[in-house]
Structure formats: C-alpha cells, structure tokens
Design a protein around this ligand. Structure first.
Ligand code: GLA
Length: 392
C-alpha cells in the first residue's frame, strides 16, 4: 500500500466529496510498555505513541446528518446528531457519534452535521488502541471545525467517556492519554491519579520494540476486562478498611498487600498483586533505564507477563507461546503481553540491528505451532495527536 500522507489523505477527501476538508487531525495508536491494568487503579504506566496514526477530516454541512467514509475498506456510514441517545451502531461510526455525544455532554452546542473521512494504519483490535486513535483524531478535527477549546486531558477523558458511557467498556485513561501526550522517540511515564505525564524516559539507545500480534482475541474480552476492574475495586475496598489512606490499589505497597493476604479472597489478592507489582515495576524500570541497565529492564517485562499469566489471568495460550519463544530465541531481553490482554499483541525488547531477524524467527516458530504467521511491526515511537493544516 502506498504510504498515506496528509496531502494524499486530504486529496482523497476532496475527490470523494467534491469539496475540500475544512478541518483535519491525526492521532497515533499507543503501546503500553509497562504498567498493565494500573491506569484505572490510579497507578503508573510507561507507554508511548506509535508512528502509525489515524487521520480524520471533515467539512460541516447544514442540518444534523453526518456522512462518513472509511478509506480502509470504503465503508460508508451515516448517523444523525439529533439522535444521540439511540444505541451505538455496530460499525466505526459509533466512535465518532460517541465523541459528539461526549462533547454535547460537556456543553458544546456548536456541532452541526458534517461529511467526514477516516484513514488509518493503526492495526485494528490488536491492542494498539485503534479506537482511541480514532476518537482522538475525530475529537481534534471537530475542535478545529467547530471551535471547541478543551484542555488536552479533557479530550482524553472525552475519548474514555465514549468507551465507558457509550460502549459500556470500563477502560481507564491510558489509551487516549498516550495518543495525545506521546512524544517522538521517548516513552512517557504517566501518573493516572493526577492524569499527568511525570517524565519522558528514553528507550535505551540501540534497542527497538518489536510488536508481535498473537492474531487472536477471545470474544469475551470486554466482559473479562470489566470483571478484572471489578476485582481490583473489590480488593481496594477491603484494603481501604485495613489501611487508612488507601484510596486505590496505587496506594498499597507490596509489603502491605502481603500482610493482608489472609483478609482478601484469593482472586482479589492475585489481581491486586498484579497491579501493585506493575506499579512497582514501572518505578523500578525508570531507575534501571536511568542506570543504563537494559537487561534489568527487560527482565521486568518478562516478570510483568508472568504476573499477567498467573495473577491477573489476562493472557492467552498464544500470548504465552510468543513470550516463551522470546525466552528461547536469542536476542530478546524481555517480552510481555501489552494492553488489555486476552489476546492481541506482545512486545519484545531487542537490539535494533537484530530486530528483523529475531522477528522473522519468532514468526516462523509461531507459525509452526499456530498455523498462521503473526503480524510483526518494528515499532517507531511517534508524536501525540495534532491538527493537520488544511487550506482555507
Ligand atoms: C486497555 C484499556 C486501558 C488499560 C489497558 C491495560 O488498553 O483501554 O485503559 O487499562 O487495557 O493496561
């Protein structure tokens, strides 16, 4: 496929609608590097925006009808903004309609009907947050077209609101936040209590993150995600009674959790152990990377996966197999599932020069067992969301 550029995207819009776009924006997918299921526990995450982005362009039209084309498959969609309370459609327009709904909820009255287009190279349903990228790209384009001025973090919250309020998925803020605040060539260390980027953390020079997709997502992902969140809340509520000052799992230390083990149902204890362990590992990772200890950082990625597998039970046989291969095929310093889990992607930390060969070997070994060659992306870290200039 020819590389998509801002110019080629805007031209496609004009060719399709016969008029130029009035506003456009792009937002990247994201990778969760370390800090699994910590965001809604008010914890810490190391993440980055990827170079793969979603672009969204639009032109306001009179009335309340919104037409949408997705250039990936040329699917055409239609919705009406006078009808925001209807159940979400099953197609991609639900992210856009959900965003409009979130904005209206925030008192924005300027939005009218529009003609819009989507283009994206963020892999779908893989754990790289293609839906957050679409929500944020649409939000930023709507902001230009209808003069909506919100703080950046509020755009992230609006995108999260689409998932939480419109689609019934109780996700945290990580995906939209990383898509907005990502910085080229760096990871961001974020605090999800205060919803701020604490620092950027450089990936060790000479190393790359390879994304390997397990090609499977089990179909109860959404409900499993919600039950994990409920388990965490149950654990936090019990720990709160034992330790005054605990507001969320983020406030609990590994020592406190160990001392409270007998007071927690085993499942809640294990979920909490994963989250508290992940918060601890994120902070260790920052220190290790600061000292140039790449091997130590890699080990934390392996530890994170093991904790997902055993404690949080959000891994899958395919994800476990990919991480097992990372242990046996030379060249990988650490690997883990990334994102919600239950399928989706793994990330592998390797020397830049070895990335291609390593990924190929993992792919071939995976294919022998799984009968499918996994999608592989040698990841570049991109910048966060931004408007795309259009000619006025
Ligand atoms: C999904 C959610 C995020 C976060 C991760 C797990 O990507 O959308 O909010 O909880 O899972 O860390």
């Amino acid at each position: 496929m020819a590389e998509i550029t801002n110019a080629s995207f805007l031209k496609k819009f004009q060719d399709f609608y016969g008029v130029p776009a009035a506003a456009a924006a792009q937002a990247p997918g994201r990778l969760e590097i370390l800090g699994n299921h910590t965001d809604y526990n008010q914890g810490f995450v190391l993440s980055c925006a990827v170079a793969q982005t979603t672009r969204f362009a639009l032109r306001p039209v009179p009335g309340t009808t919104c037409r949408l084309i997705d250039f990936r498959d040329n699917a055409r969609m239609l919705f009406d903004i006078s009808d925001l309370n209807a159940a979400p459609d099953r197609n991609g327009s639900r992210y856009i309609k959900g965003m409009v709904k979130e904005l209206v909820k925030r008192g924005i009255k300027s939005i009218t009907g529009f003609d819009a287009a989507i283009e994206s190279c963020v892999p779908l349903s893989a754990g790289m947050s293609s839906s957050a990228a679409l929500e944020v790209a649409a939000g930023y384009a709507l902001a230009q077209a209808f003069q909506i001025d919100l703080p950046k973090v509020e755009w992230a919250r609006a995108g999260q609101g689409v998932e939480n309020n419109y689609l019934g998925l109780h996700t945290g803020l990580l995906d939209q936040f990383s898509s907005i605040f990502g910085k080229k060539d760096a990871m961001i260390l974020s605090d999800f209590r205060t919803a701020e980027v604490l620092r950027t953390v450089a990936l060790p020079p000479g190393y790359a993150i390879v994304v390997i997709n397990s090609m499977k997502k089990h179909n109860l992902v959404d409900s499993e995600y919600n039950t994990r969140r409920a388990d965490c809340e149950e654990a936090a509520a019990i720990l709160q009674k034992l330790y005054p000052g605990v507001k969320a799992l983020r406030d609990v230390s590994l020592e406190q959790l160990a001392a409270a083990k007998e007071k927690l149902p085993l499942r809640a204890y294990r979920r909490a152990l994963h989250v508290v362990g992940e918060c601890t590992r994120v902070m260790q990772a920052e220190k290790l990377l600061g000292n140039g200890d790449v091997a130590g950082f890699g080990q934390l990625l392996f530890d994170s996966h093991e904790s997902s597998r055993v404690n949080f039970e959000n891994s899958s046989p395919e994800l476990d197999y990919l991480v097992e291969l990372a242990h046996t095929i030379p060249g990988c310093l650490g690997a883990r599932l990334s994102g919600g889990g239950f399928g989706g992607i793994t990330i592998h930390l390797v020397k830049e020069g070895d990335a291609e060969v390593y990924a190929q070997r993992v792919g071939e070994a995976f294919k022998l067992q799984q009968k499918v060659f996994p999608e592989i992306i040698i990841c570049s870290i991109g910048d966060g969301a931004r408007a795309i200039p259009v000619e006025k």
